[in-house]
Design a protein around this ligand. Structure first.
Ligand SMILES: [Zn+2]
Length: 172
């Protein structure tokens, strides 16, 4: 019979570093994706969007709502480090709905950027904002024709308040 003498606590490896106990108050559960290697279980676009979200959420941008609606509005974002300012339009949580005037946004085909992600994260802190942003129930006071920046760039129409039924049907 095999002796059981080795069955002890030895499968608990001693912590290799001297990092001490940071497990309990470490970062939130959401793990940080690698910037270098795409994880197998996400698409390239999702990975790149997540990187921008993770980066954006750590920034110290200042953002000012220059429109009329508390969420679905136009914003001016300033990066205090570079001094650069960008125009942002927020229309919902989904990629491609929003707009930013930065160079990354115009070429990355992701429909988002770190500035948009930063702004969305700020807005989500308001009560009920997440629901409104996600459900996309936004109706602008005026009809808009806009360019959707996804993998496929498309001109889209968003009917505003008072748009006739025909126009609303066109937007479907
Ligand atoms: Zn941007």
């Amino acid at each position: 019979m095999k002796s059981a003498t080795r069955k002890n606590l030895s499968d608990k490896k001693p912590a290799s570093g001297s990092k001490s106990t940071r497990a309990s108050n470490a970062l939130p559960v959401q793990s940080t994706l690698s910037r270098i290697h795409k994880p197998d279980d996400v698409t390239l676009e999702e990975w790149q969007r997540t990187l921008r979200r993770q980066f954006g959420e750590k920034q110290n941008f200042s953002v000012v709502n220059v429109g009329l609606h508390p969420l679905f509005s136009d914003f001016v974002l300033t990066n205090p480090q570079s001094g650069r300012t960008y125009k942002i339009a927020i229309r919902g949580a989904a990629p491609g709905l929003n707009y930013c005037s930065c160079p990354d946004y115009s070429i990355n085909n992701l429909g988002t950027c770190k500035h948009i992600e930063f702004t969305l994260q700020k807005l989500r802190q308001e009560q009920g904002a997440e629901k409104q942003l996600t459900e996309g129930g936004y109706t602008p006071p005026y009809s808009e024709i806009y360019l959707s920046y996804g993998l496929k760039r498309e001109i889209r129409f968003r009917p505003g308040l008072g748009a006739s039924a025909e126009w609303v049907a066109l937007a479907k």
